[in-house]
Design a protein around this ligand. Structure first.
Ligand SMILES: Cc1ncc(C[n+]2csc(CCOP(=O)(O)OP(=O)(O)O)c2C)c(N)n1
Ligand SMILES: [Mg+2]
Length: 683
């Protein structure tokens, strides 16, 4: 029997049943990933039963530790513990594993199954996002309880992760782990399942470095735990390593746990065949025998084991009660902070948010990235929950929050270092930045953003996609948004990015036309609290006169009539971002030629698509003789808005290194070309 304080024979049986349940669930479904869930059953059981601070009766309790299963394919590792802990999963849910409408989809899905803190499956994403969780926990403590001694605050909690070989092979975890070391995230505890198996076989086919040395070099606390002689997890050594990880408060911890995949399956243990396929009836039966269970019985669980495991609910309830009483004391002592927390829990914006927005007078030229920087600063003044930064381009992306200090750990020698600073230096790690911003959003309460050049949104696409899939309020600030960035040339000029990002379902791409649209774009993004990316210009754009043109508040509708045609609508010019002011110029010429022309600014097609068709038809009337889209990017997607006979003014090739003015003219983003194309089409 395992020799741990409080651990009895019933815990051993609970682990045995958990292993068999994993094998049964996959066998029953006919597909899935049994091996790792079998091997890790004792690890997850020990975590959920003895270490993780959680209350299954209140899965959203803000004082809870967070658990992320980075190797999402091993979802049964999590589902069996959610079943054991009483998060609402029952045996029938395990029987419905991977079936339509089940609470147990192949990979854990956030917002679908209680107790799942994030959607995992793309390897690397979980651990990288967990770094965001850990950073968010520190930032929140700074908002609510900055002066409490380390570890003593009700806002102190740990982020636990189980990850696999694949997670640590993916580059995004290297990016995020490096930053986690710099950030001295002592609240992050990672258990790495080093089973030396991935799909193609022995990981040494492709992965031979000393992972422990690498993580030590990142500044992590690393402990190795070998298997027991029989190949089972050495729970006693693991438990000691977990205690050491919890005690380590100034470094993130990596427990490199050696395991044997599919243990104790007689023939398929330590085989890649057990990674992603049912073991087969005979192997499952033999495994049950090895576990001391009845080989005939499927989805077996004895009532005494389940009742015992579910005592974690009582333990969690007790912890929560103690926390609540401390919370009441904290509230009494901190009424202002308590009011802030109350607002953040509700997800409300401060009442002054609209009045805080800067207003820009016409007659000036302002790059939309610069306006965004001013808007961030203005809203930061009323939204202490707003923080973020850039992947080493803060001054270019205008993501600076002045006077707030740099988010860096206690003891950092960097100028302006503040453990609760609002400015995050992500380093040149766009992929991890995206995941970390997601982690902050998932952790809850605060709002963060991450900036880089628009062309490098490609490096963040997996994060944008996960944000969209999870429907979380991640905000990405992408600047230098077209050939308008000029001389840096085609490597830095996004061409296909607007279209590519718009293809992500549930992701809003927001490309404001001028400084006032930027202010309202930010307001909408904050209000909607859904995933969004801003596309902002490097170059100056004229501030549109809102006394003669429609109000920028219309940004909320995604697209709107910015300047109406003089009489009837012959032509509609639909443009986004920097092309809107060019469309306005073209409108003047067309009107002077007697062609009645409307200009529509369309900062966000996704928001526009949400408007009723009556509004959309009114903005883009099919009765117009001609609809023209104007955007300095590939045409893909625009035909929908202009119809078969419309004209697309787009960019179907890469740019070149030259001034923005030169490129806009050369590639046809000029009033003259728009006028010529309209006249040609009308003729
Ligand atoms: C980004 C990404 N690439 C590829 C996959 C497909 N895939 C799923 S599991 C896996 C590797 C499994 O090896 P490991 O991570 O060691 O997990 P184990 O088999 O030990 O559970 C791969 C390539 C994925 N899920 N995510
Ligand atoms: Mg592996």
């Amino acid at each position: 029997m395992t020799n741990l304080p409080g651990w009895t024979e019933i815990d051993d049986r609970a682990v045995a049943y958990a292993r068999a349940l994993a094998a049964d669930a996959v066998q029953n479904a006919g597909h899935g990933h049994p091996g790792t869930a079998m091997a890790l059953a004792p690890v997850a059981y020990n975590l959920f039963q003895r270490h993780l601070i959680h209350d299954p009766s209140d899965p959203k309790w803000i004082g809870r530790d967070r658990f992320i299963l980075s190797c999402g394919h091993s979802s049964l590792t999590l589902y069996t513990q959610l079943f054991y802990s009483g998060y609402g999963l029952e045996l029938d849910d395990l029987k419905a594993f991977r079936q339509a409408n089940s609470l147990t989809p192949a990979h854990p899905e956030f917002g679908h199954t209680l107790g799942v803190e994030m959607t995992t499956g793309p390897l690397g994403a979980g651990l990288a996002t967990a770094v965001g969780f850990a950073m968010a926990a520190r930032y929140e403590r700074g908002l609510f309880d900055p002066d409490a001694a380390p570890g003593s605050s009700i806002f102190d909690h740990a982020i636990w992760v189980i990850c696999s070989d694949g997670d640590l092979q993916e580059g995004v975890t290297s990016e995020a782990s490096s930053l986690a070391g710099t950030q001295a995230l002592g609240n992050l505890n990672v258990i790495y399942d080093d089973n030396r198996i991935s799909i193609e076989g022995d990981t040494h086919l492709a992965f031979t470095e000393d992972v422990s040395a690498r993580y030590r070099a990142y500044g992590w606390h690393v402990v190795e735990v070998q298997t027991k002689a029989d190949g089972d997890v050495d729970l006693e050594a693991l438990d000691a390593a977990m205690l050491a990880a919890k005690a380590e408060s100034t470094k993130p911890s990596l427990i490199r746990l050696h395991t044997v995949i599919a243990w104790p399956a007689p023939t398929l243990r330590n085989s890649p065949k057990s990674h992603g396929a049912a073991l087969g009836e005979e192997e499952v039966a033999q495994t049950k025998k090895a576990l001391g269970l009845n080989p005939e019985e499927k989805f077996a669980i004895s009532q005494d084991v389940l009742s015992h495991a579910r005592k974690v609910k009582e333990r969690g309830g007790e912890l929560h009660k103690v926390w609540n009483s401390k919370f009441e004391i904290w509230k009494g002592a901190n009424p202002d902070k308590a009011a802030l927390l109350d607002r953040l829990i509700k997800g409300d914006l401060p009442s002054q948010i609209s009045s805080a927005l800067p207003v820009y007078a016409a007659g000036k030229d302002v790059p939309t990235r610069k306006a965004s920087g001013e808007v961030i600063q203005a809203i930061a003044n009323v939204m202490p929950e707003l923080w973020g930064g850039s992947a080493d381009l803060a001054d270019s992306n205008n993501t600076v929050i002045e006077g707030s200090g740099s988010f860096l750990p206690v003891g950092s020698a960097m100028k302006g270092a503040n453990p609760y600073g609002r400015m995050v230096h992500f380093g040149i790690r766009e992929h991890a930045m995206g995941m970390i911003v997601n982690g902050v959003a998932l952790h809850g309460l605060t709002r963060s953003f991450g900036g880089t050049f628009a062309v490098f949104s490609d490096f963040m696409r997996p994060a944008a996609r996960l944000a969209a899939l999870m429907n979380i309020p991640s905000t990405f600030v992408w600047t230098h948004d077209s050939i308008g960035l000029g001389e840096d040339g085609p490597t830095h000029q996004p061409v296909e990015h607007l279209a590519a990002l718009r293809t992500i379902p549930n992701f809003a791409v927001v490309r404001p036309a001028d400084a006032n649209e930027v202010a309202h774009a930010w307001l909408q993004i904050l209000r909607r609290a859904k995933p969004a990316g801003l596309m902002l210009s490097r170059q100056n754009l004229p501030v549109i006169d809102r006394t003669t043109h429609a109000s920028a508040e219309n940004v909320s509708k995604g697209a709107y009539v910015l300047k109406e045609a003089s009489q009837g609508v012959d032509v509609v010019l639909i443009a986004t971002g920097s092309e809107v002011s060019i469309a306005l110029e073209a409108q003047v010429t067309l009107e002077s030629k007697g062609i009645s022309t409307r200009v529509v600014s369309a900062p966000c097609l996704e928001w526009f698509n949400e408007e009723p068709s009556s509004y959309r038809d009114q903005v883009l009337p099919k009765s117009a003789k001609l609809r023209v889209s104007i955007e300095a990017g590939v045409a893909s997607g625009w035909r929908e808005y202009i119809g078969d006979t419309g004209v697309v003014i787009s960019l179907e090739h890469f740019g070149e290194s030259a001034s923005a003015a030169h490129l806009f003219k050369k590639y046809g983003f000029s009033a003259e070309n728009i006028v010529a194309q309209v006249e040609k089409a009308l003729a």
